[in-house]
Ligand binder design. Structure first.
Ligand code: ATP
Ligand code: MG
Length: 345
């Protein structure tokens, strides 16, 4: 919809914050808030003429596991970092154009969040893909820092803020004080590995082959770290590995709990490890303030309760776990002082 006002607004709100996640990409426009949230998936066709992007985001995710031979649905970010540079760039370009109504002359300043553990080479890949997708200036912010700002923790105070961000590819545990990261630990176990574990479990226990998307849906529907009796159940469809035909089975929340035990334990161990090495004065703050749990994995039922049982500390689930990172990056973009303090090279 064209209006002089939109035009003017477009001018004023060039700058973007992007959470380029393993599972989801979220875009925030300065002055407007979150304007886009789509799965980080790209469908491409590969043939003798080269590679052509067919669909990006939600539309591409629907194609996952359903594409004919020459079409592939790619998730270009794996374990939190760029696995496919070209496809990431195409995806970024598409999203940037989409939020700017395809006005090609726009060259925004962009702040992108990156996992805290990534290498210089990986950082350069993010920077370069944003530049070739049209960014004028690129700032990088570490995800736990962004998540902490986005969940309104007082990061500039001399007090310990502990945050756990469980995404699709990585779980990051960090302690932040005085605008700096005091401790950070990133493990490449998060939502995707749980989906994979569910898929394997169902294959092994029920001789049923299911896809990645079905596994994720099961996790989000009946996944529960401390399921109660009577266990919730779900009807799932897949291919019987013995008969080779489509089949429907019923599975219970207790089975899914079992299937993802290993992944949940890795996350708990990462949190315990962080607590063990946190300096005593800061540890005392955490006892008072508790731990902020965010990222899509924070929505796994009863994970907060389990973390509380394991640590004895208060666990607070962020208001909007799927948005904390981009909201934090967006806040940094709005505030030059914060931007200078928290961005990394
Ligand atoms: N209700 C839910 N229960 C369990 N898991 C959920 C739920 N909702 C979303 N998730 C999971 O959260 C993950 C996505 O979270 P998020 O968008 O924070 O990840 P990301 O930022 O894309 O990944 P990363 O930070 O690792 O790069 C997915 O694995 C998804 O399955
Ligand atoms: Mg994330």
């Amino acid at each position: 919809m064209y209006s002089p006002f939109n035009f003017l607004f477009g001018w004023l709100s060039n700058d973007l914050a992007i959470d380029l996640g393993t599972a989801n990409t979220v875009v925030y426009v300065k002055g407007k808030g979150i304007v886009l949230r789509e799965p980080s998936v790209v469908a491409v066709r590969q043939d003798s003429r080269g590679t052509k992007v067919l669909a990006v985001g939600r539309e591409a995710k629907q194609m996952l596991g359903k594409t004919p031979g020459n079409i592939v649905a790619i998730r270009p970010i794996r374990d939190g970092v760029i696995a496919d540079f070209e496809v990431t760039e195409a995806m970024l370009r598409y999203f940037i154009n989409k939020v700017h109504n395809r006005r090609t002359l726009v060259h925004p300043r962009i702040i992108i969040s990156v996992p805290s553990g990534i290498t210089q080479v990986e950082k350069r890949a993010v920077r370069e893909s944003a530049e070739s997708a049209g960014a004028r200036e690129v700032y990088l912010i570490e995800e736990p820092m962004a998540a902490a700002i986005g969940s309104n923790l007082p990061i500039t105070e001399p007090t310990a803020n502990m945050i756990i961000d469980i995404g699709g590819g990585t779980t990051e545990v960090a302690v932040i004080s005085l605008s700096g990261i005091v401790y950070t630990k990133s493990v490449r176990v998060a939502g995707d590995k749980m989906d994979e574990a569910i898929l394997q479990y169902i294959k092994r226990k029920h001789n049923l082959a299911i896809g990645e998307r079905t596994a994720e849906l099961i996790k989000m529907t009946i996944g529960n770290v401390i399921p109660d009796l009577p266990y919730e159940t779900m009807e799932i469809k897949g291919r019987d590995l013995v008969e080779g035909v489509p089949k429907t089975i019923i599975i219970g929340a207790d089975e899914i709990q079992l299937a993802i035990t290993e992944q949940v334990d890795v996350i708990i161990d990462a949190v315990k490890e962080a607590l063990e090495v946190t300096p005593p004065e800061l540890a005392a703050d955490i006892v008072d303030q508790g731990i902020m749990l965010t990222g899509g994995g924070a929505l796994l039922k009863n994970l907060d309760k389990r973390l509380h049982q394991e640590t004895g500390l208060p666990i607070i689930v962020a208001d909007d776990p799927l948005s904390s990172v981009v909201l934090g990056s967006g806040k940094a973009l709005d505030n030059l002082k914060i931007l200078r303090e928290v961005t990394v090279q």
